[in-house]
Design a binder for this molecule. Structure first.
Ligand code: GTS
Length: 219
C-alpha cells in the first residue's frame, strides 16, 4: 500500500494514527506531496489519485485509490487485526460513524475552512479563492464544536462511548488543526482539554510527526 501524505497535516495524521493503532505503519510506503507547492492540485494528481485534490490518499497494490480519511480508516479496519476503530456491532458502527461525521462537520472541516479562508492558508499561489467572512464564520463554528465535544466528554470517556475509535481520531485531528491556526480550546472546556491531554500521551498519537516539537513551525 502507498499513502500520498503530508506528514504533519491534520488529515493525514488521522490516517497515520489509525495505521499506528492497527500496527500497520511498516506495511505502507509514504509518498510526500507538498501542499505548499500545490502538488495536490496538479492535474495529474487530480486525474490519477484524488478528484478532490486533497490528502491523504491510499493507493492499493492493484492501483485503486481511496481518498477521504473515513473511507481509508474503514478500509484499514476491515483488514485483519485489533483494535477495531470503526466498531463491531451495528450499534457501535452507527454511533462511531455519527460521531466521526460530527467531528468533521462541527470541528475539523470548520477549522480547515478557517485556515484556507481566514488566514493566508497555503499561500497566494495555492489559495486562488479566499472568502475571509466565510472563514471567520467557520472559526466560530469550530469553537461551538469544541463546546459540543466537551459536553460529550463530560459524560463518557471517549467521543463515541466507552472505547477509543475513529471518532476520537477525528477530534484529535480537529484539535491539532486548531492548535496550528492558534485557535485555543476554551478554558471552560475542561473535559475536552483533559481528554486531549490524555490522547497526546497515547503512543499512536504521541509518535506522529505532527506532534514533534517543530509542529508549530509549519502546517
Ligand atoms: N474530506 C477530506 C478527508 O477527510 O480526507 C479532507 C482532506 C483534506 O482537506 N486534507 C488536507 C488537504 O489536502 C490535508 S491537511 O490540511 O490536513 O494537511 N488540504 C489542501 C487543500 O488545498 O485543501
Amino acid at each position: 500500500m502507498k499513502i500520498y501524505d503530508f506528514p504533519k497535516g491534520p488529515y493525514p495524521t488521522r490516517v497515520r494514527i489509525a495505521l499506528a493503532e492497527k500496527n500497520l505503519l511498516s506495511h505502507v510506503e509514504f509518498v510526500m506531496v507538498d501542499l505548499y507547492k500545490g502538488e495536490h492540485k496538479r492535474p495529474e494528481f487530480i486525474a490519477a489519485k484524488n478528484y478532490s485534490g486533497t490528502l491523504p490518499v491510499l493507493e492499493l497494490d492493484d492501483g485503486t485509490c481511496i481518498g477521504e480519511c473515513t473511507a481509508i480508516t474503514e478500509y484499514l479496519d476491515a483488514l485483519d487485526g485489533a483494535p477495531k476503530l470503526t466498531g463491531t456491532t451495528p450499534r457501535e458502527k452507527g454511533v462511531i460513524h455519527m460521531m466521526n461525521k460530527r467531528a468533521e462537520i462541527e470541528l475539523l472541516d470548520a477549522v480547515s475552512v478557517y485556515f484556507h479562508h481566514g488566514t493566508p492558508g497555503l499561500g497566494p499561489d495555492v489559495e486562488v479563492y479566499q472568502n475571509p467572512e466565510w472563514g471567520f464564520r467557520q472559526r466560530d463554528k469550530a469553537v461551538r464544536g469544541m463546546h459540543y465535544f466537551d459536553s460529550v466528554l463530560r459524560r463518557q470517556p471517549y467521543v463515541a462511548g466507552e472505547s477509543f475509535s475513529m471518532a476520537d481520531i477525528a477530534v484529535i485531528g480537529g484539535l491539532l488543526f486548531a492548535s496550528l491556526v492558534e485557535l485555543p480550546v476554551p478554558r471552560e472546556c475542561e473535559a475536552l482539554r483533559g481528554w486531549y491531554a490524555e490522547m497526546l500521551q497515547r503512543e499512536s498519537v504521541r509518535d506522529q510527526p505532527a506532534f514533534s516539537r517543530s509542529v508549530h513551525v509549519q502546517h
